[in-house]
Design a binder for this molecule. Structure first.
Ligand SMILES: Nc1nc2c(c(=O)[nH]1)N[C@H]1C(S)=C(S)[C@@H](COP(=O)(O)OP(=O)(O)OC[C@H]3O[C@@H](n4cnc5c(=O)[nH]c(N)nc54)[C@H](O)[C@@H]3O)O[C@H]1N2
Ligand SMILES: Nc1nc2c(c(=O)[nH]1)N[C@H]1C(S)=C(S)[C@@H](COP(=O)(O)OP(=O)(O)OC[C@H]3O[C@@H](n4cnc5c(=O)[nH]c(N)nc54)[C@H](O)[C@@H]3O)O[C@H]1N2
Ligand SMILES: [Mo]
Length: 761
């Protein structure tokens, strides 16, 4: 794998953004053969009122957008969808699925947009074109034969609120809550942990808080790569003098300094804004200990202030009025020794004390986090600890402050809002029952890990994927892939060919759909879509690009056709009316969720969108105690396994040249790794200790101690600035090393940021 050039590995000296960003976008436009004029026309409309919502990340759209409200990676994602390359039936006539499985993730998607509905033919091992009618009827016939409890309805986080609402309704009317989604691998830990800590499943900040904050703490989120438009907000905050403190095992360039590629002045002058005011390279899995060190310091500072009779450091009135469990938490902190904290975090006491002092001085702090906290066995405890830290000074529910989990896919949060959930407690089933006159299933459905377990134990027989690349995104790939071929039915709704389409059940269909940038016409009328971003803000999205192929149907149409042909008719369920006019779907969403979607059809046009209410933001705590809870963690280390000689913690990483399993190219510019993804980043001392050398080829081997062999060969050792005992490798290439059982305890989020491995020659 890799491109034809020789891999080049050397430190990158530039800032995030800047000319490197412009060059990188130009390269991809050329390769995707998208005329510059067409792209510019679309990018002009990106993240604007009456424009479309970017298909890349979930960072909010400002009320007053920049001239071009997009970033390097948003531009790449758009070009990837607007590409003029096509994966046609002729392509499939030339290649068997077995042959295509040998291709890289990049090469598969690089073939371009899918153009025709396809049926998998087992005898020839090839996809053949079918008519839409034939495909819908055949899938419906299969679904009617299967036990509804044995079918899984997966969703990646991109489909609109309208499609997602109908998809979830389809699954429930069919008879299950088997609605796993990409967030099960992502921020599921957030939903569970924040509900216990502050009684809200999502973040509490809105964009405006970034303009008011005077300090931002970052844990395990890589804004420069994964939510680059956030760099504008960070740049503004930094210029106002806000402190930015980062906890990350790697020195991510996007958090260190930034040149705004949209500012001609900055570009020509080569002017950079330094971002992080302090950078702490915590060990992977060491955040509980790091935060314990911060909180212990705050307790000590508060004690000293009390003794000196000066202003207290902890927000005592807030804790007294709003919080539960403080005394137990403080008692626990007192029993934690600095030796243990330093060992488990990999950080010095003095560094942690300095960070805590910065926090103590700030009157409004935002706490940003991402996969570096969620994807661990104690992922929920990481988040509880971060919430504990924020509560100590009342940094939840006041202007310029709050918790900010940065979501992944552009509508992943919205999908949950409109019913994509395996946990029926999160869905207003009684309202659905009354609205549509049916008895919704009440038992919990399968999440992502449970769906894989069901495939392995043969209790799952059917799978429908609304977007995504399930088989490449999950852990334990070898075993799940082998069992997958025994499924009776697999259906994939997608824009581009990926690995999940090449491993098929007995009856398998690949259904190509329109993307969000494209015009959606139903019965000749232009349709509008909507999404919800990371700050619970909902807005309209209007695509107007020419569809990649005249054969493509909208995701909404595909879901409606499948539902209509599978389910018994129900006069309360107007599938045809809905698909003819998406405004009707929004009315139905409003009826099911009146608190969140009041005046949906009108308010979605507000510049910047409208906010769903968030109780924690109002300091109303919908927890079991009725207060915000301090929660004591069960351990100082989040990995869930013991350290052992030569056992490393593998963090699986995203490069600057990918969107999840979509690999745009092989240039991880900020980390200075160009031309290959087959690398393992290691500390020099570890390389020397194992008797290896930089550039040597090694294997990573699972060290989970469960007797299952898992390995990845052909990786090049790269000496890197990474904590000792930790190694870095790319996602999804390293996924076969992750045991299915290695997941966050409560949410089952796969623990992809600390996987036990050995490095062997
Ligand atoms: N361009 C682009 N944008 C994307 C995506 C993409 O792939 N490409 N993916 C989208 C999706 S679905 C998601 S969920 C988000 C993901 O965005 P992020 O949440 O930023 O996810 P990652 O890049 O996987 O990891 C984030 C950071 O965690 C650090 N880290 C690893 N282990 C630890 C740890 O134990 N502690 C701490 N403190 N840090 C740690 C890593 O070094 C990395 O910098 O981005 C979304 N946006
Ligand atoms: N080791 C490791 N594993 C991880 C992670 C990690 O950090 N490390 N991260 C996890 C996370 S956070 C996530 S969110 C998951 C991602 O898991 P998924 O969401 O399942 O995967 P994606 O790579 O985002 O899906 C890409 C595919 O989506 C399809 N697609 C793109 N746009 C559209 C569209 O508009 N409509 C439809 N129908 N299809 C479309 C294309 O065919 C493309 O190939 O992976 C998880 N897996
Ligand atoms: Mo994600």
């Amino acid at each position: 794998m890799g491109d034809e050039r020789k891999p080049k590995i050397e430190p990158y000296e530039g800032p995030a953004g800047g000319w490197g960003s412009v060059k990188s976008v130009a390269k991809i436009l050329k390769r995707e053969q998208v005329p510059i004029s067409a792209t510019v026309k679309q990018l002009w409309r990106q993240n604007k009122p009456r424009g479309f919502t970017c298909v890349s990340c979930a960072w909010p759209q400002p009320e007053k957008p920049l001239k071009f409200e997009f970033c390097e990676n948003g531009a790449k994602a758009s070009a990837w969808e607007l590409t003029s390359l096509r994966t046609t039936p002729e392509f499939f006539a030339q290649h068997t699925c077995t042959e295509l499985l040998e291709w890289s993730d990049h090469d598969l998607e690089q073939q371009g947009r899918l153009t025709h509905p396809l049926r998998y033919d087992r005898t020839t091992d090839k996809y053949v074109p079918v008519s839409w009618d034939e495909a819908f009827d055949a899938i419906a016939a299969e679904l009617k034969q299967l036990d509804p409890k044995s079918v899984v309805f997966y969703a990646s986080g991109r489909a609109s609120l309208e499609t997602s609402y109908l998809y979830a309704l389809f699954a429930r009317m069919y008879g299950n809550n088997n609605l796993p989604d990409s967030s099960n691998m992502c921020h599921e830990a957030t939903g569970i942990a924040l509900r216990r800590s502050v009684g809200a499943a999502v973040g509490t900040v809105v964009l405006d808080d970034f303009a008011k904050t005077d300090c931002i703490f970052f844990f395990g989120q890589n804004a420069g790569v994964n939510s680059p438009r956030m760099l504008h907000d960070l740049q503004n905050a930094a210029r106002r003098g806000a402190a930015i403190v980062v906890f990350n095992p790697l020195r991510e360039r996007g958090l260190e300094r930034f040149t705004n590629p949209q500012s001609p002045l900055e570009m020509i002058a080569g002017r950079e804004t330094p971002l992080a005011t302090q950078y702490l390279q915590v060990k992977a899995g060491g955040d509980i200990a790091a935060i314990a060190g911060l909180c212990k310091t705050l307790l000590a500072l508060d004690e000293a202030a009390r003794e000196a009779g000066s202003e207290r450091v902890l927000d005592q009135p807030f804790i007294a009025e709003h919080c539960h469990g403080f005394d137990d938490y403080a008692a626990w902190l007192r029993t934690q020794t600095w030796d243990d904290i330093e060992a488990a975090s990999g950080l010095q006491r003095t560094e942690l004390e300095r960070a805590a002092q910065t926090y103590a001085k700030a009157s409004a702090v935002i706490g940003v986090y991402g996969m570096g906290l969620t994807q661990h066995v104690l992922g929920e405890s990481n988040i509880h600890m971060f919430a504990n830290f924020m509560l100590l000074r009342g940094n939840v529910g006041k202007p310029g402050a709050g918790l900010c989990p940065v979501r992944g896919h552009s509508n992943v949060q919205g999908q949950r809002t409109v019913g994509i959930a395996d946990d029926p407690a999160l869905v207003p089933l009684d309202r659905l029952a009354a609205q549509y006159d049916f008895e919704p299933p009440r038992e919990k459905g399968l999440n992502t890990v449970e769906a894989c377990e069901g495939v392995l134990d043969a209790s799952v027989h059917g799978f429908i994927g609304l977007g995504g690349n399930f088989l490449r995104a999950i852990p334990e790939q070898e075993r799940v892939h082998a069992a997958w071929r025994k499924l009776r039915l697999t259906v994939q709704i997608a824009t581009k060919l990926n690995r999940s389409h090449l491993i098929n059940g007995e009856v398998a269909y690949l259904l190509p759909c329109l993307g969000r940038i494209e015009r959606v016409l139903e019965q000749g009328n232009l349709q509008v879509l909507s999404t919800e971003d990371s700050t619970s803000c909902i807005h309209a999205s209007v695509g107007n690009a020419e569809p990649a192929s005249p054969e493509l149907l909208s995701e909404t149409r595909i879901v409606v056709e499948l539902a209509k042909r599978t389910l018994a008719p129900n006069p309360k369920v107007p599938w045809d009316g809905w698909v003819a006019d998406y405004a009707m779907i929004r009315d139905s969403i409003e009826q099911t969720y009146p608190e969140s979607f009041r005046d949906f059809n009108k308010r979605m046009w507000q510049p910047g969108g409208f906010h769903r209410p968030n109780s924690a933001r109002e300091r109303v705590w919908k927890t079991a105690t009725g207060k915000a809870n301090f929660i004591v963690p069960p351990a100082l280390t989040a990995t869930g396994f013991d350290d052992a000689p030569d056992r490393f913690r593998l963090m699986t990483m995203r490069s600057n040249d990918q969107f999840n399993t979509t690999v745009y190219g092989y240039d991880d510019r900020f980390r200075g790794i160009d031309g290959t993804r087959d690398v393992v980043l290691m500390h020099n001392d570890d390389i020397a200790r194992l008797g290896l050398h930089d550039g040597q080829t090694v294997k990573l081997v699972s060290d989970a101690g469960d007797g299952i062999a898992r390995e990845i060969a052909g990786l090049r050792v790269v000496a890197f600035d990474i904590p000792r005992g930790c190694v870095g490798g790319y996602y999804p290439e390293c996924n076969p090393l992750i045991p299915l059982s290695h997941h966050a305890v409560l949410s089952k989020t796969p623990a992809a940021k600390s996987v036990p491995v050995r490095v062997v020659v």
